[in-house]
Design a protein around this ligand. Structure first.
Ligand code: RUB
Length: 287
């Protein structure tokens, strides 16, 4: 069993990555802390510490808020609350995999980036149902989360073609479908996902790929409804290059924005929806 500090470190270092896994690990850490603190108020300060590990993660913030809302003042129901939230997230993921699997056609060539548990879950479900397709997958510098996608899919028997990010143009034009995850969806229906997703969405438009964001509704950032901008996380420049020179500035944004016009739909636990339909339903549920 990991400790609170170990989980925090793993989230910060990207050993735990992907918005869903980050959100689930966040409430696991909070539940571990609930055994050590005196009451709900003290626990709240640890929820804030967890939130700061990854700024662009409304999924994590939504689950932490839900957990804090449901635990009693003396925290005696903390395990029950934790287990219920995990079970709801897992059930919603199963629905997404099922709904998304119907979107994949036999013989498809699918482009993807980074590692999204929702995208991988959909592909595995489609493969299990007998569909045969191939995946083109960008390695996703500087942390190479694309390798995690390639490993998980190939171990499942799904053929993957893997390449450096800069080779994407060459392969995306061979594809008919682009599937990617989401870290955040704002009240305009725009999607924040791993840096590079914006470029791939532009190329997808140019080559007529059908483009889907695959995500659970927990990624909706209700704060953007009242005018707040989603903060984009900038990571340590050392992840890009450890060379230093006073004349050199290295920037390392973790995410970028895909405008709602660039996607054909959002595959979520409620079905396949347009970004505007998604936002309308998310506002009812989260605002
Ligand atoms: C991961 C990433 C994923 C989303 C969605 O970024 O951009 O596409 O988080 O993941 P990082 P999921 O590696 O920086 O966390 O579908 O699993 O929620």
């Amino acid at each position: 069993m990991q400790s609170f500090d170990e989980i925090i470190l793993d989230i910060k270092s990207l050993k735990i990555q992907g918005a869903t896994d980050v959100a689930l690990s966040a409430i696991l850490a909070l539940n571990i802390k609930s055994k050590e603190v005196k009451g709900k108020n003290e626990l709240l300060s640890f929820a804030k510490i967890i939130e700061e590990t990854r700024p662009t993660e409304p999924g994590m913030r939504n689950l932490l808020t839900l957990y804090m809302k449901k635990v009693s003042d003396n925290l005696e129901n903390s395990d029950e609350v934790y287990e219920q939230i995990v079970s709801d997230v897992k059930n919603s993921a199963k629905k997404i995999y099922e709904i998304g699997s119907h979107v994949i056609k036999d013989g498809a060539s699918i482009f993807t980036v980074c590692h999204s548990s929702n995208v991988v879950g959909i592909m595995k479900k489609a493969w299990e149902s007998g569909k045969r397709f191939q995946v083109f997958n960008a390695e996703t510098r500087p942390h190479f989360q694309g390798r995690k996608t390639a490993k998980e899919l190939t171990e499942f028997g799904i053929p993957v073609t893997h390449f450096v990010d800069n080779a994407a143009y060459r392969y995306i034009k061979k594809c008919d479908l682009f599937m990617f995850g989401a870290d955040s969806i704002n009240s305009m229906g725009d999607i924040i996902n791993k840096v590079g997703t914006h470029n791939y969405a532009e190329l997808s438009k140019r080559f007529d790929l059908t483009t889907y964001c695959c995500t659970s509704s927990i990624k909706f950032n209700s704060k953007t409804y009242i005018g707040e901008e989603e903060e984009i996380e900038y990571r340590d420049s050392i992840e890009v290059w450890d060379f230093q020179n006073p004349n050199l500035k290295i920037l390392n944004p973790a995410f970028d924005k895909v405008e709602k016009e660039s996607v054909d739909g959002i595959i979520c636990e409620w079905g396949v929806m347009s970004p505007v339909e998604f936002v309308n339903k998310a506002i009812e549920n989260y605002a």
